[in-house]
Design a protein around this ligand. Structure first.
Ligand SMILES: [Zn+2]
Ligand SMILES: [Zn+2]
Length: 194
């Protein structure tokens, strides 16, 4: 520290290793001889004219004063190390939350995909049920027609429709037909096929 010297008598620390120096609250530096009786009490600084109090330079001085006697590059390096470490912790923290969010989004997408698959299956089922409804409506219309024929004094043929239900599976293949006729002798039921 070639620049540290008593501001009054100019004795420098570098050439006087045994010199005892003091720094004042006004920022001036004095040796113990120049400071004299003002080591422990307030005084008016003879360099800058401000009221001041002195602190002995050395290992016991407070950190905020000690900082002024450090090498600027060392301070910078130490600040960079602290800043890098803090930035790393911030990056890790944000990365953890981004990963968590991405994972949650993936799970939501997977759930939506599965809902969509289910929706497509249900649509297929609805289409099959609509077809079955049409067949059953045709069957009802045919029965109603046959009943109308019978009520008008004619014969009625009833056929088991050979349809398959998507809900209950295929209907057993024993289709049948029978003829219901009426005459003066009464009503006659005749199986055509069985
Ligand atoms: Zn001095
Ligand atoms: Zn001063």
């Amino acid at each position: 520290m070639d620049w540290v010297h008593c501001n009054k008598c100019l004795k420098a620390l570098i050439s006087n290793k045994d010199i005892r120096l003091y720094i004042t609250t006004c920022g001036c530096i004095f040796c113990d001889k120049c400071l004299g009786e003002f080591k422990d009490k307030q005084f008016k600084c003879c360099i800058c004219g401000k009221m001041a109090q002195a602190t002995k330079l050395g290992s016991t001085m407070p950190p905020e004063i000690a900082d002024f006697f450090k090498e600027p590059m060392e301070v910078l390096s130490s600040l960079i190390t602290v800043a890098v470490s803090k930035a790393s912790r911030i990056v890790e923290f944000q990365k953890k939350h981004r990963t968590r969010l991405t994972k949650a989004h993936s799970m939501q997408m997977e759930k939506m995909r599965s809902f969509y698959e289910e929706y497509k299956k249900l649509q297929g089922l609805i289409a099959e049920l609509s077809k079955e409804k049409e067949i059953l409506q045709r069957k009802c219309a045919a029965y109603e027609n046959e009943i109308k024929n019978y009520q008008n004094g004619g014969a009625a043929i009833f056929r088991h429709p050979n349809t398959a239900s998507p809900m209950a599976g295929p209907i057993p293949q024993h289709k049948f037909e029978f003829l219901l006729s009426q005459s003066s002798q009464g009503v006659k039921l005749q199986f055509i096929s069985f």
